[in-house]
Each structure stands twice: as structure tokens, then as C-alpha cells.
Design a protein. Structure first.
Lengths: 190, 190
DNA sequence: CATCAACGCTAGCGCTGCTAGAGTTCGAAG
DNA sequence: CTTCGAACTCTAGCAGCGCTAGCGTTGATG
């Protein structure tokens, strides 16, 4: 039993190592540079070992996404609780969201843009993801008025997501970013 | 000279054929199904012929994107000019934008999401793209108040883009879509 | 010590975007 | 009418991708 538990522990450590290596490689060179061969070389195992832990490359990306969600939730919470009032809370959370996407583009993409097998908007969604959404909702709540909080939060989130992705894809000029963010916040804080 | 012009004409026709085939294949089965081999087979030429017209697959996708921009601009214009007042104009344009993304997901992706070598937000951007943005701007103008029209249009556009992409990626529940769109419009017409 | 299961490896499949170089076609010049 | 040469398209192949079958080794167990 002790031997078995040691093996399980080592397996768990190796799985964590794979996820970390995938994340580091993606953040350093982008997801297109994350191939199963490079990843296997990085963790110093052969390719098939990856498939004994994950169903495929998608599943590895999903695991990285879950990790990233926790980071995002933490940063949003910090921004929200540090704000002195409701108006600066939603502004701070919005800015933190954008800053996270800017500092961790690969992480942001795997969570919100790339096609990965992750449940969203259901009870099976990762707790960290629900936590991140919850932070947005708490920041939006004081400005919801009579509107449905969930739908309004989704709308605010979508607007932030659009700003972030269009700007990073070169579709929106970077120089007006602060202006756009200000206009968005003005529309959501009445 | 007549012979040369005939050849040039035939070349142009074949180029158009490639673009159309790529678009049809993408709209029917998604961009992941558009491989240079399948595309070559579809136009009944060998692979290298594609590369005598376009620098690479990216360039073919960009050509499809430019075509799609024209379609989008036309639909936005129709929606805007058909509206009886400013309020229903922005609502109609927003709905038309979302409907276009819903009916032509592959086309939408290649214009706004996938990484293609297309100039945006510069004078060199495709006229059709500028026209589409112009339609959005005209719909937004009556509700801009003292705000910068360009930046406000970009913000509105980004919000629509976020709603569309998050919903299609399964990140937002489809059932609240109309509600979210209504909330967004309320915040931009209040 | 012999056995056998668990495990990680090598090798390879079918696919991708892309390209070098051979072979063909066809208008132009003699 | 023949011959030349340029324009053009094809076959074949490269390096890399995600993924997997099956062999060989390792190491705990009876």
C-alpha cells in the first residue's frame, strides 16, 4: 500500500510537472510552439507518457486553463476588495481583467478563446472559473439597478473580452485603449 | 497582347475560384477542414498552383476575409437604413451584426478572430472593412453625446464581438443572448 | 529465485503547410 | 512547317504535427 501510494504521488507530481511545463512554454513562446514533442522533451519523458496522463493535447491545455482561472480570480478579488467604493471597484476589476490578459496572453487565450474541452456556464465549470465570474458579478452588482445581475455581468464581461481580443489581434488601435475602457465603464455605471 | 490579356483574365478567374472554394469549404466544414490538399482538389489543380496565386494559406484566408467584409458591410447598411429611428437603428445594426456571425461563423472568424495578415485600423485596411465600421459608427453617432465617436464605436463593436465569440465558444449560455443584447443596447442608448 | 504485471520507450501512421525540380504545353520566330 | 524557348503545372518529397501499437525493461510478489 505504501508503495502504491508513493507511485500515485509520483504520478501526480509528474502530471503537475507537465502542466507547468506546458504553461511556461505557452507563456514564453505561444501555444503554437507547444507541441507534444517539445513538451515531452521539456519534462524529460517520451511523448506517450503525456498520453498516459491526458487524453490529448487539448486536455493538457484545459488543465493549464483551470490553473490560469485561479490566478485570474485572485487578481480580480484583490482589485475589487482594494477599491474604496463601488465605482472604483468596477473600474479596478475591469482594469485588472485587461491587465491580466495583457500580461498573460497565452493563459488568457486558453481560458477564453481557444477551443478546449472545458465546461462553462454550467455547475460543472471549474470552481476557479466560477470564482472569477463571481468577482465580476460583485463588482457589477452595485450598478445593476433593476437589471438581471447574471446577464448584466455576462454583458460587461463580454465587452471586456471583446476589447482585449480585438486589441491583441491588431483589430483595435492600442492607443485609444484607456479611452475605450473609460467609455465602457461610464456606460455601466450610469 | 490579346493572348497575354486572355491569360491574365484566366489567372484572375482561377484566383477567384480558389477564394470561392476556400470560402465554401470553410463555411461548410470549418477552417480546420480547409487544407491546401482539399482546396487544390476542389479547384481541380495541384497544390503548388495555390502558391502561384497566394503566398500561403494565410493569404487565401485573408482574401476570403476581405470578401466577407463586403457582405457584412452590406447587411449592416441594410439594417441601419431600414430602421425608422436612431434607437431602432443601433438595435437593428447590433442584431444584424450578431446574426451575421451566427449565420457565417467561419467567415466571421476569419475576419475578426483568426490570425490573418490583414491590416486593421489603418488607412490600408480593406475598404469593405472600413465600410462595415462606418455603418456601426453611423448607428452609434446619434447616441454618442459628447463622447468621441470613433472610440465609442470601437467599444460598442468590441462588446458585440465579445458576446458573439464567447457565446459561440460555449462560454456564455445561448438562452440569455437576447437579454444580454438588450442590456447592452440600453447602456448605449440610455 | 522465478514470475508477471506495470510502465516507458522506439518506431511509425496519416496528416499538415510548403517547395524543388522535372516534364509538358504552346505561342513565336525562322 | 519546323524548331526554339518561355511559361506553366505536375509529381514527389521535406520537416513537422498529434497520436498510438507493440516491444523491452524494471521491479514488486509468491
Amino acid at each position: 500500500m505504501s508503495i502504491q501510494s508513493r507511485r500515485e504521488r509520483e504520478r501526480a507530481e509528474r502530471e503537475k510537472l507537465i502542466i507547468t511545463a506546458a504553461r511556461e512554454l505557452a507563456e514564453a513562446e505561444g501555444w503554437e510552439a507547444v507541441t507534444t514533442r517539445r513538451l515531452a522533451e521539456r519534462v524529460e519523458y517520451s511523448q506517450p507518457v503525456l498520453y498516459s496522463h491526458f487524453k490529448g493535447k487539448d486536455a493538457i491545455m484545459a488543465a493549464v486553463a483551470v490553473e490560469g482561472c485561479a490566478d485570474l480570480a485572485r487578481e480580480l478579488r484583490t482589485a475589487r476588495t482594494a477599491a474604496p467604493d463601488a465605482r472604483r471597484a468596477i473600474a479596478g476589476v475591469g482594469a485588472a481583467y485587461v491587465a491580466f490578459a495583457d500580461r498573460h496572453p497565452a493563459l488568457y487565450d486558453v481560458i477564453f478563446s481557444l477551443a478546449v474541452p472545458l465546461p462553462f456556464a454550467t455547475p460543472e465549470a471549474p470552481p476557479a472559473l466560477q470564482a472569477a465570474f463571481g468577482e465580476l458579478a460583485e463588482a457589477v452588482r452595485p450598478h445593476a439597478g433593476g437589471d438581471d445581475l447574471g446577464a448584466l455581468t455576462e454583458t460587461f464581461w463580454a465587452a471586456l473580452h471583446g476589447l482585449v481580443t480585438l486589441m491583441r489581434g491588431g483589430r483595435l488601435p492600442r492607443e485609444h485603449h484607456e479611452l475605450r475602457l473609460g467609455l465602457l465603464l461610464a456606460r455601466f455605471t450610469g
